[in-house]
Design a protein. Sequence first.
Length: 608
Amino acid sequence: MTIARAVRSLRTMRSGVAAIALGGAVACALAGCVGGVNNDDAGPVGTGGGSGSGAAGMCNLNFLVAPMTPVAGPGTVVHVTAQLFEGSGLLDYQWTVDHDGSSIATTMVDGDPSQIEFAAPDPGVYDVGLVLDGAPPTCATKQQAVNVRAPGAPSETLRLRVLPPRGTTAPPLELFEPIFGGAEADLGTMPVESGTPTTVQVTDPSGAGVPAYVRLSPGSTSDAIVEAFTGSDGSAAVTLYSGPDEVLVVPSVPGLAPRQIEHWIGGPIALDAGQAISGVVRDPSGAVLAGAQVQVTIGGVPSTLATTAGDGSFTVAAEPAIAGASVTVDVAPPATSGLPRLSATSMAWSLDTPVQIRYAANVTRRNLTGLVVRRGGAPVGNARVTVVGAVGAVGTVTAGAAATASGEVAIATTSNAAGVLPSVMVPAAALSAVIAVGAGDLAVAALDTSAGVPASLDAPAMQLITTAVTDAHGDGLGNTVLDLVPAGALAQAAAPPLQVVADATGAITATLATGGHYDLRFHDPSGRGAPTVIADLTPATIATSITLGPTIAIRGTLLYGGISPLASASVQFLCEDCTGIERTRPIVEGVTDEAGRFTLAIPDPGKM
């Protein structure tokens, strides 16, 4: 059983125990001792209760909650029964129920102090507490959170990722959590188990150790990645959960091919020379192109990186291709060539035949020498200019079958003291220039070299933008954090992101590159507004006011080994159905406190 399934099964088992009120040591182990809450597919269990060896033996205090999944409404009533196992004596039941900071009235049921009812007209978390005077000290108190759903609440499944702090032997963990909209919720106690210390051993065909990069990911939660570098002896110590892992090994010595193992359960990982893939790279004139870097990626596994020789030839070592696998060939030409990077993908290539890489004959180049960089009509000395852009069909890659290659441009140069660019070749195409006039002073300008090279390149001044971030009621969200992530040409030129913080009224000011594009990422540390991403805006298209959607608070408790609070662990919520870079970016993240608790405000699935 994979760790994710084991954890989910454990939580279902704990909830089921509460639903049928098992007693004794089993109930203690699965319910009252470590606790939990009601969720969408199981009944409630206890949290924070006591159990232990007292005068009456093993003691356990458990709550039975009905209905198992309460839904808020004018007539909703929640029934809670306290069950004490192996306890004795004259008992005094002191109940409390709190919701949203207010005390909720309770009613004794049938004159039995061990049973109460309370009204739940509003959705959210109802914290039920009990002090049981007369019971053994180890089970004299109990706290349990009862989740009451909003009527007709839609749900969204998110990934809950836990990154344990250093000093623990627990690997990263991911769980899939259904989140229901319209109400706060408590995920209960979640055990973070210790992993198994494991040695990864990478060897060459002779059995000698190989230094390498190793990436391991559990088969059920492939995003919970463990990374390591083996030493000169080829070994690395890691901690893993049981179950097969997917392993990618990239050696740092020549002559060996990277390797991927889909179901690794331990044991040495032997590398070999793999499949030799050879070919030739030619420029637009048909002449061989020396000094180009070539890499072949097969089914997501990269080959070694090769540099073409004087005759344009190259040979890379790759994992043998599997029939039907997607293959991508990437070429980075010499910086002085003025050619774009080339990339092509196919599932029809025969890599046993020589790979012929050819730039198209119509790919022409221009020399930017003499072009003057200006701002406001004055030359800009020592400006860093990065020419970027995407180019359509720039060539072909042929290995039995042929595939068209697309191109990308990223060529950098620097003006002299008079603002004049030196000799530098770029493709003849509609491109962009990202100009760094100084530290943090950027501009984006069109640079169309299709018909020739312009005499000058204007770097417009940075542009001041002002906006305000508010909640749904129009109230300013002070101290909201805005990350302005470069997009388009700025991203191609590797421009750094910019972070600004709203003032106390929610007002935000920033100075941005004129002509630049940005992704705006809002995060309210106080959880008053939902994390929000607005993609691909220019300074001119950023609205003067931006409203963040509503949030719901999701809380929980991490217990190391199911017993001890796991403090200082990083907790993240991530999307479940997205792909690409968005899959790696947390929607929201936080850190557990000394009691292992966390509370994170996420976008309300019911009001997105």
